[in-house]
Design a protein around this ligand. Structure first.
Ligand SMILES: Nc1ncnc2c1ncn2[C@@H]1O[C@H](COP(=O)(O)OP(=O)(O)OP(=O)(O)O)[C@@H](O)[C@H]1O
Ligand SMILES: [Mg+2]
Length: 244
């Protein structure tokens, strides 16, 4: 037993809901959806935190326009900095955004450490930007965070859905709550993914268009909130009953 693990429950106890934005597949928009979801929820008056647990390719700080001034304070743990009024924690504070070649055991250690040291205080929502795949990180998070709920992201591709399905089956088998599936980067209307999700008896939360103007809003939260992509996310928030 790792003594740090016993602290994790205490660190997370004043968080109302912990939402993991995940996928079996890389590059489908997890980080973008996690960040914009946090921005939207903050805009609705909720207390929100983001934990970027993608240790190889952390990117929430890029999407939210993080600058290095916000290094977290230490006080019996680490107090997350606030970016756009969102409490933020990521490996980048410690890796200095350099490539981080971690192996399996290192990964578990870092995740335990981040969860054990971060003093979130009270939050309505903690959004976790998950790494791609169904590796050690995903399994560690499920094991360490008892009450996480998953939003799973796919693209309209059969290839992506092949990998996403595996994550959905694992989560179902482990009886982890799945709030539903978001179909991201949609270019053409089709019911293919929607039907597959419904056939699995899961909630299809809605689709987000492939937004060709999105790139210029990356790093600029105010601009990001006005994109077509975020407009679609608003409908998804209604389906999630996250609206105040
Ligand atoms: N709906 C969209 N319209 C246009 N571009 C998008 C959309 N969703 C995501 N992107 C872009 O696609 C790229 C991948 O998105 P993102 O980094 O969020 O994916 P990810 O699933 O977190 O990737 P990784 O698995 O590497 O963590 C980014 O450049 C992002 O800005
Ligand atoms: Mg990502």
């Amino acid at each position: 037993m790792d003594v740090r693990e016993s602290v994790i429950g205490k660190r997370l106890r004043n968080i109302n809901r912990i939402i993991c934005v995940a996928s079996g597949k890389g590059g489908v928009g997890k980080s973008l959806i996690a960040s914009t979801l946090a921005l939207k929820l903050e805009g609705k008056g909720y207390n929100v935190g983001i934990l970027d647990l993608d240790l190889y390719g952390p990117s929430s700080h890029i999407i939210l326009g993080f600058n290095k001034k916000g290094f977290p304070d230490e006080d019996k743990g680490i107090i997350p900095s606030k970016i756009n009024n969102i409490k933020f924690m990521s490996i980048i504070y410690f890796s200095d955004d350099k490539p981080a070649p971690f192996r399996g055991l290192d990964i578990s250690n870092i995740i335990i450490e981040l969860l054990a040291i971060t003093q979130w205080g009270s939050l309505d929502y903690l959004i976790i930007d998950m790494p791609p795949g169904i590796g050690d990180e995903t399994l560690d998070i499920i094991r360490l965070i008892k009450n996480c709920e998953f939003i799973v992201v796919t693209t309209p591709s059969k290839v992506a859905m092949g990998a996403v399905k595996k994550l959905l089956l694992i989560l179902t088998e482990l009886k982890i709550p799945i709030l539903g599936v978001i179909e991201n980067m949609v270019i053409k209307n089709s019911n293919l993914i929607k039907n597959q999700i419904k056939n699995m008896d899961l909630n299809y939360l809605g689709s987000i268009i492939f937004d060709t103007n999105l790139e210029e809003s990356i790093g600029k939260p105010k601009k990001l909130l006005k994109t077509d992509m975020v407009n679609d996310l608003e409908n998804i928030l209604n389906n999630l009953n996250f609206n105040k």
